[in-house]
Write a protein that binds this ligand. Sequence first.
Ligand SMILES: *C/C=C(C)/C=C/C=C(C)/C=C/C1=C(C)CCCC1(C)C
Length: 238
Amino acid sequence: MEHLKIATDNYVAFTFFIGTMAMMAASMFFFFEVNSTTPKWRTSVLVSGIITFIAAVHYYYMRGYNLETGESPTFFRYVDWILTVPLMCVEFYLITKKAGAKQGLLWKLIFASVVMLVTGYFGETIDRGHSVLWGVISGAAYFYIAYLVWFGEVAQLAQTAGPQVAKATRILGWFVLVGWAIYPLGYILGTPGGLFGFQLVSDPAAASHAMDIVYNIADAINKIGFGLVIYSLSRTED
Ligand SMILES: *C/C=C(C)/C=C/C=C(C)/C=C/C1=C(C)CCCC1(C)C
């Protein structure tokens, strides 16, 4: 078998490689720091590590898959997201729980994130002809999550949970509003529906490469960044 190496101009393979490394390093960091975390925040820091660890395992696989086939590992990308995004919802629940968050709120967040991801998957794979429609439905679920975090129950509970939790929730809210908004951009670049029919990248292979690079950058920012906000909350509040 031919020995596979990353060509220096292959940015897709490169971002998969760096993504794998970053997720592994972040997981080690969060897991080791659990020991020196106060009991109150231990679960939250542990969940941060589980999120980056799940991503590390998927990235390791996606990196190899992409290197060998040159294709986009869409299925495993979505398997990763369907596991990690609900866990990010768990983080919102855990930090507002002391202020009285109910399990109903957790299920609302998880349900919206599953709708967001399943519809996005349809638009990227089995029904690409209607990618704009699926993208719009997915976007509605996304805005609902952003609404809950900025103005809904999450925001209200965070206000009564003390200044540190309120501050952390606001920063996490920015991750949802700005960091998560990078994903629809990748979707627009990569699907045939483009931006309501306007195709930004016309060559299909180039479009799929652009999408992978955008998703890889977004994952590193959002999964590791999110975890670091939780980590810093665990060090300021006792
Ligand atoms: C760790 C992975 C994360 C935080 C993934 C987040 C993914 C999204 C916010 C995806 C959103 C999408 C839309 C809002 C519309 C188009 C389809 C998606 C699934 C790319």
